[in-house]
Design a protein around this ligand. Structure first.
Ligand code: HEM
Length: 517
């Protein structure tokens, strides 16, 4: 029998091939085995102990992979490996990042603890909601939540419509009436950046038509963050800041921060100058953007957010909201192109909704009138979740529903991809079947089986915003184009980075519908 001493708790491998993570002191020893072990939920529980089975069939995961990308390898093969683990362990398994670094990978609502602490280890350009913790996070979450209420979001529908039209108008003009072949993820990122910049700052950068320094800086930050994740040597900030990437990161941050600080300060001065009432009167008939809302918000003691806080939150929305939504849309387009029968049913739903109208805009009330399109969006987010995993370090012992405990200090990787591909929860998980989300088929399913926006107190604050934007974008796209796969290209190889991408891009053919101007 061999075992490891891990601070206040230990890992022990017994003669029966079992491994236990336990609290308490067991003495000294030498480790005999490293590798992937599965949490076996059928073993009898022994007090405050998490028991696991050694997996003889799985090799030791390369340390570098685990260190670089908590999902495993950030490649198609890495995701297939998750499929294999899920098929074998169903609930979760234990990985060794380093010999002293156990990481629990969890794939099932029964074992997934939605703990409120965020410890992501992901560098980001500011300390907004995503990266803050404790009381600061709780206060900000309370103050920001009303900014995502339906009464506010409905005002952004005009912007979603306008940005989508700008996107496809330019694409159709460039194609001169014929089919256009496009890598869709990159233009959809520009589309979502365009809408966010309008909704957050009321700023028209026309970034879909011409280069914008600010938008370039946001895109550069996203790619630098991914590159840094893959280079453990550059994780210490002081080393990173000396590297050429670190200097580019600092320059891009300065561009983003200068833009945001300028908008916030100008608005603050205008508010101070006009006073609250005149400011509100000035907005009558025109919607407020996020900056307005954050300037006006107050906590229960009447305290407002500082300019720095507002800027950090606005930057977080830009950073967190653009690529995620673009990935969701790009894979949705891909799935609809791969399933023409579902695509046609969505198109008919949209055409019936818009028939006999003066305007071809999708309005707030329309969003609930697109049930099949909504099912397709959900099924696409299940099959291709934009965020494939979230990680948490437990800041206290976490009791699971079945009585076992995850000891404080353990890193848990909640695998959104693994949960969505778990055959226990989703029969034939690789099949794109929107009817899984019909009201009849959804009955009795745990809400924690479908978690593209995470779950628990730290779930995505922007999920209604993202769903509304995706519905408008897909409805307007289908009312104008037929989406087709280009059969000359091989199927895309998935690439889970900060968001789910495709290794060589997601290429689709957009064919203008006959008779649509
Ligand atoms: C399809 C689109 C989106 C997906 C799939 C998505 C997914 C997620 C996930 C999985 C988390 C949890 C991250 C973690 O805990 O590690 C998260 C958090 C967050 N998301 Fe989104 N997101 C999307 C769109 C948006 C949009 C449009 C915004 C803002 C306009 C946004 C703002 C945020 C923020 C601020 C957080 C941190 C919340 C907190 O910690 O309290 N997201 N998102």
């Amino acid at each position: 029998m061999g075992w490891w001493h891990l601070g206040r708790w230990e890992v022990r491998m017994g003669e029966d091939g079992m491994v236990a993570l336990a609290k308490g002191q067991w003495g000294q020893g030498v480790g005999t085995s490293k590798g992937t072990v599965g949490m076996d939920t059928h073993v009898p529980k022994a007090g405050n102990v998490l028991r696991t089975h050694v997996s003889p069939s799985l090799s030791v995961p390369p340390v570098a992979h685990m260190f670089c990308c908590p999902q495993g390898q950030s490649t198609e093969e890495g995701l297939r490996q998750v499929d294999t683990l899920v098929a074998q362990y169903h609930h979760g398994c234990l990985w060794w990042g380093l010999p002293w670094l156990p990481v629990l990978r969890l794939f099932h609502p029964r074992t997934t603890p939605w703990v409120p602490s965020a410890d992501l280890g992901v560098p980001s350009p500011g300390e907004g909601l995503l990266l803050s913790n404790g009381q600061r996070w709780a206060r900000h979450r309370r103050l920001l939540t009303p900014a995502f209420h339906g009464d506010v979001l409905r005002n952004y529908l005009g912007i979603f419509n306008q940005s989508t039209r700008a996107k496809w108008g330019a694409a159709a003009a460039a194609a001169g009436g014929g089919p256009v072949e496009l890598e869709v993820l990159q233009p959809l990122s520009l589309l979502t950046l365009d809408t966010l910049q309008k909704c957050i700052f009321s700023h028209e950068s026309h970034c879909q038509e011409q280069p914008s320094k600010y938008i370039q800086a946001i895109l550069e930050l996203s790619s630098l963050v991914v590159r840094r994740q893959l280079q453990p040597l550059l994780h210490p900030w002081w080393l990173y800041s000396l590297s050429s990437d670190g200097r580019r990161f600092a320059r891009a941050c300065a561009t983003v921060h200068a833009f945001t600080a300028d908008v916030v300060q100008r608005r603050r001065r205008a508010l101070a100058c006009l006073g609250h009432q005149a400011w509100l009167d000035g907005h009558r008939g025109r919607s407020m953007d996020f900056i307005d809302l954050l300037l006006l918000t107050k906590d229960e003691n009447g305290h407002t957010l500082s300019d720095e806080d507002i800027a950090a939150e606005a930057d977080t929305f830009m950073f967190e909201g653009h690529d995620t939504t673009a990935s969701g849309l790009a894979w949705l387009f891909y799935n609809l192109a791969s399933h023409p029968e579902h695509q046609e049913r969505c198109r008919q739903e949209v055409q019936e909704l818009l028939a006999g109208r003066d305007t071809a805009d999708i309005e707030w009330e329309d969003l609930s009138q697109l049930p099949f399109t909504t099912m397709c969006i959900k099924e696409s987010l299940r099959l291709h979740p934009p965020v494939t995993a979230v990680s948490r370090r437990c800041t206290e012992d976490i009791p699971l529903r079945d009585g076992r405990v995850i000891p404080k200090g353990v890193i848990c990787l909640m695998s959104i991809y693994g949960t969505h591909h778990n055959p226990d929860l989703w029969p034939e998980p690789e099949v794109f079947n929107p009817l899984r989300f019909s009201p009849e088929n959804s009955k009795g399913r745990s809400p924690s089986s479908f978690i593209p926006f995470s779950a628990g107190p730290r779930n995505c604050i922007g999920q209604s915003f993202a769903m509304a934007e995706m519905k408008v974008a897909v409805a307007l796209t289908l009312s104008r184009f037929v989406l087709r796969r280009d059969n000359a290209r091989p199927p895309p190889r998935r690439k889970p980075e900060l968001i789910l991408r495709a290794q060589d891009g997601l290429w689709l053919l957009l064919e203008p519908l006959v008779g649509v101007a």
